[in-house]
Design a protein around this ligand. Structure first.
Ligand code: GLA
Length: 384
């Protein structure tokens, strides 16, 4: 993203002076979908696209914020009752409030921001926005006393308390902790994590965006989480050691099958399988076994589509095209209901797959899907 672009807008919209510039990325996730809020494993990485913001304390108690992409300007105070109406501004307000709750004496500031991570594409543009401001406010007002895990939790709490999405920690974690060239396996219960250099020889990772925008707020996302928590509770009544689906196995699930709704049973079945698939994929990657990685990606997709029911027709269509082209692995990525598929493709198939995906999607839906080559980038940072 272009520093000069953000700076020029900041100068134009405020008093002509400059502030500090911060950036945070969106993310991909190789495998481990809807496992984070079940205390399981995820395997994301940051991308080289994200949000960049210029920020300067303004000596008042008011935040003056300009969204360069939306061409929208909003002012708000820092008290709980000052929540702005514009949805993009709620993220910034939420981060301010969550930092204040953690003892950071946030004061008013001027800010302008822009992004190049596509919105609603399942690449966590919102986590990128949250992480950018959490990182910046910590630096500008908090002497960097809040650690990186807590910064990720500030973003997550913003989603819970100001946006209405009861998300897990994956997106904000990946945005804050991202490292160029590496995926990160995170245990969402202990928060232990490990970087895995990801340079598959002979393969490429690419995203195909259905351009069906997903909107997690008010969506069945929260419902999925409730299903999982409910099944975990029923299992816990027989196996007190089970705190979440992470601790459950297929036998335990069978035991309670008659006591839960069929859709909740199917959802839990998907999650229990997915927690294990993340570990299997890490092992396969270490062995350079990309065929297994790809096979697991397809398994994830079918689980998300049939059992977890968070896919959509367009995503399923693109996965079918991948199968027809002999792509090694393909699946919907992120929360679901739209957004991108992530594809592990042999170098020699790359061109033909891209061509076919475009051609067939256009034929079916009358519009072209967007293609992004995945470049794994760095996490939250101060630029200047
Ligand atoms: C969204 C949420 C994440 C995670 C994914 C699904 O991106 O924000 O916490 O649950 O969906 O894996």
């Amino acid at each position: 993203m272009d520093i000069e672009f953000v700076r020029s807008r900041f100068i134009k919209h405020f008093d002509g002076t400059t502030g500090s510039i911060y950036a945070s990325p969106g993310r991909i996730n190789l495998i481990g979908e809807h496992t984070d809020y079940n205390n399981g494993f995820v395997f994301p990485g940051a991308v080289n696209k994200g949000i960049m913001a210029e920020i300067k304390p303004n000596g008042t108690d008011k935040v003056c914020a300009y969204s360069i992409d939306e061409k929208d300007y909003v002012e708000f105070g820092l008290n709980e009752e000052d929540c702005p109406r514009a949805s993009w501004a709620k993220y910034i307000f939420g981060v301010c409030r969550e930092m204040i709750k953690r003892g950071v004496p946030v004061k008013g500031f001027n800010t302008a921001f822009a992004g190049d991570v596509p919105l609603g594409a399942g690449m966590s543009s919102s986590a990128a926005l949250e992480s950018t401001y959490a990182y910046a406010l910590n630096d500008l007002f908090g002497d960097n006393k809040i650690d990186k895990f807590e910064l990720a939790k500030v973003g997550q709490a913003t989603e819970h308390n100001y946006v209405g999405v009861n998300c897990g920690i994956m997106d904000q974690f990946a945005s804050v902790f991202g490292k160029s060239g590496s995926l990160i396996r995170l245990d969402c219960r202990s928060l232990e994590y490990q970087y895995f250099p990801f340079k598959p020889v002979g393969y490429r990772l690419l995203l195909v965006n259905t351009c069906v925008k997903h909107e997690l707020a008010g969506s069945p996302y929260n419902e999925r989480r409730l299903s999982c928590e409910h099944v975990a509770e029923v299992i816990k009544s027989k196996h007190p050691e089970v705190e979440s689906l992470r601790d459950a196995n297929f036998d335990m699930l069978e035991e309670v099958k008659a006591e839960v709704k069929p859709e909740d049973y199917n959802r839990a079945k998907y999650v229990i399988g997915e927690v294990q698939r993340v570990l299997d994929v890490c092992e396969a990657l270490e062995a350079g076994d990309y065929e297994t990685v790809g096979k697991k990606m397809y398994e994830t997709h079918f689980g998300l589509s049939k059992d977890y029911q968070v896919s959509c027709e367009e995503l399923d269509f693109l996965v079918d095209v991948a199968i027809d082209c002999g792509v090694t692995g393909s699946r919907m990525m992120g929360g679901g209901f739209g957004g991108c598929t992530i594809n592990l493709v042999k170098e020699e198939l790359y061109d033909i797959f891209v061509e076919k995906a475009k051609e067939r999607y256009k034929e079916q839906y009358g519009k072209l899907p967007l293609i992004y080559d995945v470049v794994i980038g760095d996490g939250s940072r101060k630029i200047c």
